[in-house]
Design a protein around this ligand. Sequence first.
Ligand code: TZP
Ligand code: MG
Length: 225
Amino acid sequence: MNTKAALAAARLYTIFDTGYVPSESLEKILSDLLSGGADIIQIRAKNLPKRDVLQLGKRARSLLRGYSTLLIINDYADVAQESGADGVHLGQEDGDLLQIRSTFPTLLIGRSTHSLQQAKAAEQEGADYIGFGPLFPTPTKAGRPAIGLGDLAELHRTVQIPVFAIGGIKYHNLPQVLAAGARRVVLVSGILQAANIVKECQRIKALLQAESFDDIRKAAQDSLC
Ligand code: TZP
Ligand code: MG
């Protein structure tokens, strides 16, 4: 599967975030995320210098070789390229998409968006996917106001590229997020703080793959048994 096809098929986007877990745990946590069915793994290390992010990227690349799970690096397109990652994730302030695309033509490019307007702009500028949120308040992005669930349905009618809902999503509120129109989600603390990361990913993935709200209700009930 090429990276665009893998992106289109992706439902569960997870993040190895060094704000929650130490660099040394990369191999263990990535192998748990893989076992749990993560479709995308991002390396996010706001508290580390760029050279350390490159090392994490290289370690992650070697671990993910042979899997269809995509590897994305937060913030640094050059690090994504050098580590052999599949793509880069950029915030609103992280540069011009056209320029980054022309310098790194083979990378997938994701953009964080916080409103319908930003989401449409990111698609027009050529983003391969967007993150949309934070839906709920979250300590992972402290100080960023929650945007709620109200725009999700319209967003999915307007934007053609994959949309990943993000921010404060946990297993327990996922049915609500899906009912509001989301199809793909990003979870950071909701997975990294779970007692069992493999099982948490698996029950989240089951909800994401459910084909009807009856199935979602059933999957949620089964996981409580
Ligand atoms: N961008 C918008 S919300 C967010 C990011 C990186 C943090 C999501 O983390 P969590 O722990 O899943 O709420
Ligand atoms: Mg950024």
